[in-house]
Design a protein around this ligand. Structure first.
Ligand SMILES: [Zn+2]
Length: 169
């Protein structure tokens, strides 16, 4: 049984850790996917990436369905097409209480593998597209505050410090 995972909060250094491609679609991987989904639902989040729980796979989980009953897992994800732009208000499980409008592509096509190693392609727009881009950023060590202007980022971090007692690890 894999060790229990937990959601790590900014500024935990795991959030900036480099990740590697998944090559072995084994039971340990699927257990991590299940644990990440549980944590995501517990947190009432729409997505959770490996780096947010201290894992270094290229992997994230998402569920943007209204009932939160359509879990999806994206492994070795790659956006192969994107068009349009849209401002979306985003939050992040690693930044409790913090929200900011982030400009992202409106429609994307993403190529990925599921937890059994099956290659898939999905076209997404709206919340799903936004969520996938946010989570894929995590896998690349990029946080949503990095997508803001320098000034806005500074203001958000000040607000975050006030909201949460930030401790460095
Ligand atoms: Zn996030």
């Amino acid at each position: 049984m894999a060790a229990p995972l937990k959601i790590l909060q900014y500024p935990h250094k795991a959030l900036r850790e480099p990740t590697h491609q998944v090559t072995d679609f084994n039971d340990a991987l699927r257990q991590h996917v299940q644990q990440m989904l549980s944590l995501m639902y517990e947190d009432q989040a729409v997505g959770l990436a490996s780096t947010q729980v201290g894992l270094t796979y290229r992997l994230f989980v998402v569920d943007v369905s209204p009932q939160q009953n359509q879990p999806e897992c994206f492994i070795n994800p790659e956006i192969i097409e994107s068009c349009g732009t849209k401002l979306y208000e985003e939050g992040c499980a690693s930044f409790p209480g913090l929200y900011a409008k982030v400009l992202r592509a409106d429609t994307i096509t993403v190529q990925y593998y599921d937890e059994f190693g099956e290659k898939k392609t999905q076209k997404a727009n709206g919340l799903a597209a936004n969520c996938i881009q946010h989570e894929l950023d995590h896998v690349n060590g990029i946080l949503f505050i990095d997508r803001l202007s320098k000034l806005k980022k500074m203001m958000m971090l000040k607000k975050y410090e006030k909201l949460n007692r930030v401790t460095d690890e």
